[in-house]
Design a protein. Structure first.
Length: 468
């Protein structure tokens, strides 16, 4: 029986444990927080639950446009929000999900050691339990899945009161009067969206000329337009260089070039740092890569053949879904199962703003750089009947396909529930389906998904050699 020790209980760790247990290995997880890790307890689950709560404000505000009136409610503003209850609720939801994961994992033969672990020698892990005692765990294979922590820049120190990182936002006693969000990537955009919906004045500080800098530029432009229509202030090409509290109820964020922005609270969302310290990398001769993460091959194996790594600790693409697949793949490979390297050209991701931004596969620029000439079709939702019904006409569908074969290599959906609508495009990319196969698949009418197929039909015609 192979002995597997997993450092970390996040999506990479617990999914790897499930696979290893199914394959008959003796599995031990060493984790210092509930299973599911940061993703379930503090990040993906609570933040998306927070967004759902904030969108309830939007539903109430737009109900009158649909002819639905709420008696006794004369307008809606931030004073209606019991944010302490909202924050406690989303954290409890995360904790509940963690307990569900733990029950599932421990239903097998997996052992859980609560504490911190480090590689202490060849094929050996030492775990320090919560009570300070140590246990030595022999391991045929070790999986490092220790995740990441919020990046803290030298000029600010989170205090949990007015200077915050994302984990601390749930503990606020009330909706901030004026929230400054520094960082306009996925996390910054999601929190800015949520707190604006709750009624806070929000200033989003972006170091680029367009928010969501790693996303499709047209998608980012749609989100910017929606944010500004809802009253959000976006400071473009503005880099935060200082942060200080002024008095009891103000924070001041200094900007490169001499400007400043004053608010009641500031939330820094400037990325995550792989958690590679104090896990014993030096004991087995592994050095972090240039980006600070652990370098692995296509199946998660490090330079030391009995040590694998998966999830945020690798750096790069930090997604719960990606971490889970990396963890599974590592265990399948370690335990002798046939496995294919993870395809980086088929990754699917969503930003949970309103509308959502979902992407899969390669952008046209990435495809061209890889030597694939592509054609793109775009179809806006403003003509979709279902979108009109739900007042969700902001957004579009894009499909990218190879010239010649018509193979779908990527796509973008910007809409309500784009996280669901991206799935047919994800299936097409993963299975190398042609745009014709996508176009000729029946869809429900009326539905948002109808626009996905219609966009594919537009591209199918465009790629027809007889029409070129």
């Amino acid at each position: 029986m192979q002995r597997i020790v997993i450092l970390g209980g996040g999506p990479a760790g617990y999914e790897a444990a499930l696979v290893a247990d199914e394959l008959g290995a003796a599995v031990t997880i060493v984790a210092d927080e509930g299973l599911g890790g940061n993703s379930v307890l503090w990040d993906c689950v609570p933040s998306k639950a927070l967004i759902v709560a904030s969108e309830a404000m939007g539903w109430v505000r737009t109900a009158d446009e649909l002819g639905v009136h709420i008696e006794g409610l004369d307008g809606v503003d931030r004073t209606v929000v019991d944010f302490r209850k909202v924050g406690n609720g989303v954290l409890e939801l995360g904790a509940n999900q963690s307990r569900d994961i733990e029950r599932r994992v421990l239903a097998g033969r997996v052992e859980l050691v609560r504490g911190r672990g480090r590689i202490s020698g060849p094929h050996e892990v030492t775990a320090t339990r919560e009570d300070g005692t140590e246990v030595v765990l022999p391991a045929d294979y070790v999986l490092i899945a220790t995740g990441s922590t919020a990046r803290v820049l030298p000029f600010f120190e989170p205090d949990g009161e007015r200077v915050l990182v994302s984990q601390q936002a749930y503990g606020l006693p009330e909706v901030p009067e004026h929230l400054i969000v520094v960082g306009s990537g996925a996390t910054g955009a999601e929190f800015a969206h949520a707190f604006r919906r709750f009624g806070a004045e929000v200033t989003l500080v972006s170091s680029r000329d367009l928010i969501l800098p790693t996303e499709d530029p047209d998608a980012a432009a749609v989100i910017e337009n929606v944010f500004e229509r809802r009253g959000m202030r976006i400071l473009r090409n503005s880099r935060a260089v200082s942060c200080e509290r002024r008095g009891d109820d103000e924070v001041v964020v200094g900007l490169k070039g001499g400007g400043e922005v004053v608010g009641s609270h500031v939330l820094f969302t400037v990325g995550q740092v792989p958690s590679v310290t104090d896990i014993g990398l030096e004991a087995c001769g592994i050095e972090p890569g240039r980006g600070g993460g652990i370098e692995v091959d296509g199946v998660g194996r490090t330079s030391v053949r009995w040590v694998y790594a998966a999830g945020d600790v690798l750096g790069g693409v930090m997604l719960a879904s990606m971490a889970a697949m990396q963890g599974r793949t590592a265990m399948w490979h370690a335990l002798g199962e046939a496995v294919q390297p993870i395809r980086r050209d088929a990754v699917v991701a969503t930003i949970f703003t309103d509308p959502e931004v979902a992407t899969v596969g390669m952008s046209p620029e990435e495809a061209i750089a890889a030597g694939y000439p592509v054609e793109t079709a775009r179809l806006d939702f403003r003509s979709n009947p279902r979108a009109k019904m739900i007042h969700g006409t902001d957004g579009f569908v894009k499909v990218h396909a190879m010239v010649g074969s018509g193979t779908v290599v990527g796509g973008v959906v910007v809409s309500a529930r784009a996280s669901d609508l991206i799935q047919p495009l994800a299936v097409a990319v993963q299975n190398r389906l042609s745009v014709s196969q996508l176009a000729q698949t029946m869809t429900v009418y009326p539905s948002m998904a109808g626009s996905v197929a219609e966009c594919a039909r537009m591209l199918m015609v465009r790629l027809d050699p007889a029409r070129r």
